[in-house]
Design a protein. Structure first.
Length: 148
C-alpha cells in the first residue's frame, strides 16, 4: 500500500464534511476527493456533485463506481440513519467510514441512545421519554433530562 493513493467520496454538505474534505486534501494518500452533494465552499478543494441528493443511494453508488472511489466517508447523520452505509457495503462492497443504520440511531435518536445506555448500565443522566405532548408539558423536570 505504501506510495499508493486513493480516491475518496465524502457524503454531506455541512461544516463537518467541509472539514473532512479539507483534511483529506492535505493527505499525500489521497488522489481525488468527490463531495456528494458538497457545498460551494468545497469547490476549490474537490469535485462537488451538487445535483445528487444524500438520499439518492443509487446515484451515490454510481458516482463511487464511475470515479473508482476506494473509500467513502459519510459525515452527515441523515444518510447514515437511512442506511447508506449498509447499502454501499452490502450492495456494492464499497469501503465505508460511518456506522450502519442501526448504530447510527445513537446519533439520530436520543431516546434510543438513553435506553441503550440504561440497558448496559452505562452512566447517564436520569431521563423519561414521552410520546404525548401534554404529558411531557406537565412533567416536572427537576434533575431529569427530556428527550425528544
Amino acid at each position: 500500500m505504501k506510495g499508493e493513493t486513493m480516491n475518496v467520496a465524502v457524503i454531506g454538505k455541512g461544516g463537518r464534511e467541509h472539514a473532512i474534505v479539507k483534511m483529506l486534501a492535505n493527505s499525500k494518500s489521497v488522489n481525488s476527493i468527490y463531495a456528494i452533494p458538497g457545498n460551494a465552499g468545497m469547490r476549490e478543494i474537490c469535485e462537488v456533485m451538487y445535483r445528487v441528493d444524500e438520499d439518492d443511494f443509487d446515484a451515490i453508488a454510481g458516482i463511487c463506481i464511475e470515479k473508482q472511489v476506494d473509500w467513502v466517508v459519510i459525515g452527515d447523520a441523515v444518510p447514515l440513519s437511512l442506511g447508506l452505509a449498509d447499502f454501499l457495503i452490502d450492495e456494492y462492497g464499497l469501503t465505508v467510514f460511518g456506522p450502519r443504520k442501526k448504530e447510527a440511531s445513537m446519533e439520530t435518536s436520543k431516546s434510543y441512545t438513553k435506553n441503550l445506555l440504561k440497558k448496559y448500565n452505562i452512566p447517564t443522566a436520569d431521563f423519561k421519554v414521552f410520546v404525548n405532548y401534554n404529558e411531557a408539558k406537565e412533567y416536572r423536570i427537576g434533575d431529569t433530562a427530556l428527550c425528544a
